[in-house]
Design a protein around this ligand. Sequence first.
Ligand SMILES: Nc1ncnc2c1ncn2[C@@H]1O[C@H](COP(=O)(O)OP(=O)(O)OP(=O)(O)O)[C@@H](O)[C@H]1O
Ligand SMILES: [Mg+2]
Length: 428
Amino acid sequence: MAEQTGGDPLFESHDPIFNRKELLHVGHVPDEDRIVGRDDEIQSVAAEVGAITRGDPPNNVMIYGKTGTGKSLISRHVATRAQDAARDNDIDCGVLYVDCSEANTETRTTRQLALSLKKQTDYQQNIPLRGVGTMEYYQHIWGILEDCFDAVIVILDEIDKLDNSNILMQLSRAREARKTDAYIGVIGISNKVQYRETLDERIDSSFGHRELFFHPYDASQLREIMRNREDAFQPDVLEGGTIELCAALAAKKHGDARKAIEILKEAGELARRTGSETVSEDHIQQAQEVAEINRIEELTSGATVHAKLALYALASCIITGDRETYKTREVYERYVGICELVATDPITENGLYRQLKEQAFLGVIESEKTGGGRSQGSYLLHRLVTDPKHIVKAVRRDSSLDDLPTYDRLCETSPSTGSHDVDLTSFS
Ligand SMILES: Nc1ncnc2c1ncn2[C@@H]1O[C@H](COP(=O)(O)OP(=O)(O)OP(=O)(O)O)[C@@H](O)[C@H]1O
Ligand SMILES: [Mg+2]
């Protein structure tokens, strides 16, 4: 029966495009030797937690950076290396990783910490999955640390998704409060710059921490990252210049390594679907277009209604106006009109400004400070990084906002009609 597999002509026995496609999967964790372009960041993270390997107390660290800049990858990489280095010095160092976008409450996070500690040791006590509170999970955590570890590195990824930051206090005070003698080093990761501002208000000085910023990759780093995975494809399938083009496009838009790799994969799929034997620059261009729409949809789907309305307002200014950039005030005026359309109370101009700033950090828009002349002072000009069409489409996906005018509808009031300052209420 086994002979039949591979013999059925319905299924190709050999993939003409991909050789090791898993190298391009979103969840794929590359080997150490495939991590490139982040030496300084690796050094910096190691400098903060590295004391653990010498039996000394580590620093806590917060890592900020846009999506796809290697924050999760580098954190796990450094933590694992620290664990190995500690072992060489006879120090038992645990590594714990929690994705707080899933474990988004203190109870869930502590439960996961306790369970993964138990898994790494021969701790005998039963840890209930439900019906107990945070305190009980902490008891297990302290108990296991006390019995089995000299130190532990706790990575709290997407930490901004946690509903409160008590865990940071608990972990940083544990030694002081004599819960455990083990050293605990926390690596917190967030791609929300706003979290940084609220963090200081939320935690007290016991969580002393350093901050690191990971910057988007430039074209040459992205090129290296992709070159290192070229063997995902069959030999000679990638035409000359395709990786360079992919890197250039991705660097221009966002500098996101994950997206760059996705474009490469999508281009391969496209080539296969169309029966092409090679992946061409044309495939990359098409794949980039698809990836861009997906990227905007992902970024906006998690945004608040007001962030979406702010983006929509800027997009509609661009579509119906004759400029690419708009001042905060102009976007705000349009936004207020749009709020009326969807029967939502507008936030303040300053609130809107903060929303725009957040979107600029995420890479959906770019904001630039401009001197407005001697009498006017300086002001911010906002532009969309992407095609306004994508924004309108993505925002209207929100079922509470699908009454907003479509892209085509907005185009009907474009500059050629002579009226830029369209009264948006007339659409309703
Ligand atoms: N320096 C690098 N070398 C090789 N591959 C990389 C590098 N940086 C990122 N990647 C690849 O890009 C993917 C995204 O990286 P990572 O998950 O670390 O980003 P992130 O900054 O945590 O993003 P997010 O904020 O969206 O969680 C990784 O799975 C990895 O495959
Ligand atoms: Mg991450």
